[in-house]
Design a protein around this ligand. Structure first.
Ligand SMILES: *Cc1c(COP(=O)(O)O)cnc(C)c1O
Length: 491
């Protein structure tokens, strides 16, 4: 294991080493990446960089020491609130990302309900969400000790089924969830209907607008059909919107907005029961850099409404071309009715996992999604201003690759036949995966010792054949190995 070097290293050498480390990272600047990166160009990046660096060593822990960080946060939250139908009563927080915003929505709902309904104390509280809600809600339920009750979605549109959600509400329910849009299919849930159900049941409704919230209002202004989803909808009590996605600011930036301050109040944590300073944390982090909020503030002001409208126009146009392009590829089919710049395409014939690998070999980065419920295995795309101009070139390659791809399941049959995976799957009981099983499964797909295989199709086919709980177990165990020093780290 490399220890701390005894002597220091010159700055130039350090930076050169960092560049060498980065050599294998995904190359997104050319526009070939349809996942992970939301790029609005060099100029925006430069503004973000300079703002971030000014706040590199600031600390948002204490607003009396760094009053400017409070001001930046309040101004960013106000811009976000105005954008999403908020008014003078809207109260929010700047957070590190969608997951944190969601965690806080759940905490506020939990602690708000416990305060208002003391009879719930000691009970296992529940969240009702469509299966398409982001995994962050599972994480929040897990961290905060609630149960997440998921409901089926419309098998054709992949939007939430309001009747199923209403039926899932119990006296222990504290929160309903809808997405605008959902990550897996880019589908917008019927928020007004969910709002009516929430009001009727007297529970909160959180709208997860993490991915689409920022650009959807612009899409509407550009003539796209965008159903109501924001704070204007009666019954919506909170909404999350990532700035580090379609507001094109550096990672570590999201907002959570509540309809009013009383709803936000239980989101805050305060503690004076120790000999140190009084801790008051509106969000999960305590000491925190002002870099992300400064960069977000700077980019939002730099682009302004007109700048974002133009970026939205490029994104919408790219998304429309992507849709037409995919519709023109025999063997691919778009899932549901994507209402934003995020969409998923499945194939009746080809292994989408092979398609993703083959596209990567050609310089295109796409994300595969495993089959889940009514949603078949598929390829997930996000269109941004940084890749919109490459959509046609990408879909041209996609057509070639899909036409030549092996059939679905071909790889998993090889794996299963060769090494008794099917056997293992058929005979194992429920419960956590043990080391021996894990070793066999990882070896089977060439992922032993925390090594990431070059081609992922076989791994994905295997995961696709596993029940979801086991998928999570296996990949989590893999990460546990991955985050240990390995052979790949040698210079
Ligand atoms: C990205 C995303 C999240 C999670 O956000 P992170 O910033 O990755 O923590 C939650 N919900 C939706 C709909 C998202 O797209």
């Amino acid at each position: 294991m490399p220890a701390m070097p005894r002597t220091g290293t010159p700055k130039e050498e350090i930076l050169a080493a960092l560049d060498a480390y980065r050599a294998r990272d995904v190359r997104w600047r050319e526009g070939g990446v349809f996942a992970h990166v939301y790029d609005a160009g060099r100029e925006v990046e430069e503004v973000a960089r300079e703002a971030y660096v000014r706040y590199l060593t600031s600390n948002g822990l204490d607003p009396t020491a760094f009053p400017s960080l409070r001001r930046l946060e309040v101004e960013v939250v106000a811009m976000a609130a105005a954008h999403l139908g908020g008014d003078g009563r809207t109260a929010g927080s700047f957070t590190s990302g969608g997951t944190e915003s969601i965690l806080l929505a759940v905490k506020a709902a939990r602690d708000g309900a416990l305060r208002a309904r003391p009879e719930l104390r000691g009970a296992r509280l529940e969240i009702v969400a469509p299966v398409t809600a982001h995994a962050a809600f599972h994480k929040a339920a897990h961290y905060l000790g609630l149960d997440l009750v998921t409901t089926e979605v419309d098998p054709r549109t992949f939007t939430a089924d309001p009747g199923a959600m209403r039926a899932a509400i119990t006296p222990r329910t504290v929160l309903l969830v809808g997405s605008a849009p959902s990550w897996p299919h880019g589908a917008i849930d019927p928020i007004p209907e969910l709002g009516r159900i929430a009001l009727e049941a007297g529970v909160r409704l959180h709208v997860d607008a993490c991915v689409g919230g920022f650009l959807l209002p612009y899409f509407r202004r550009l003539g796209a059909t965008v159903p109501e989803f924001d704070l204007r909808v009666p019954g919506v009590t909170s909404i999350s919107m990532d700035l580090h996605k379609y507001a094109f600011v550096p990672k570590g930036a999201s907002v959570i907005l509540h309809r009013d301050r009383a709803l936000r109040r239980p989101q805050l944590f305060g503690c004076a029961r120790w000999p140190g300073y009084i801790v008051v944390n509106p969000t999960v982090q305590s000491s925190k850099s002002g870099g992300p909020v400064a960069a977000a503030w700077a980019v939002m002001r730099f682009l302004g409404d007109e700048g974002y409208l133009e970026l939205a126009r490029r994104t919408l146009e790219g998304a429309r071309r992507l849709r037409r392009g995919i519709e023109g590829i025999p063997g691919l089919r778009i899932l549901g009715e994507p209402a934003f710049a995020v969409l998923a395409a499945a194939s009746e014939r080809a292994s989408v996992f092979h398609v993703v690998d083959e596209m990567k070999a050609r310089g295109w980065e796409l994300q595969a999604q495993l089959a889940f419920g009514a949603s078949p295995a598929n390829i997930h795309f996000i269109v941004t201003p940084g890749n919109a101009h490459r959509v046609d070139a990408m879909t041209a390659d996609l057509a070639t690759v899909v036409a030549a791809a092996p059939a679905r399941g071909a790889a998993v049959e090889n794996v299963a036949r060769g090494a008794a995976t099917a056997d293992l799957l058929a005979t194992r009981g429920a419960g956590p995966i043990d080391d021996a099983e894990l070793g066999r499964l990882l070896a089977l797909v060439g992922a032993s010792g925390g090594r990431i295989p070059e081609r992922l199709a076989e791994v994905q086919e295997l995961l696709d054949a596993l029940p979801p709980e086991l998928r999570g177990e296996l990949v989590t165990a893999f990460f546990d190995e991955l985050y240990m020093p390995g052979d790949g780290d040698a210079p």
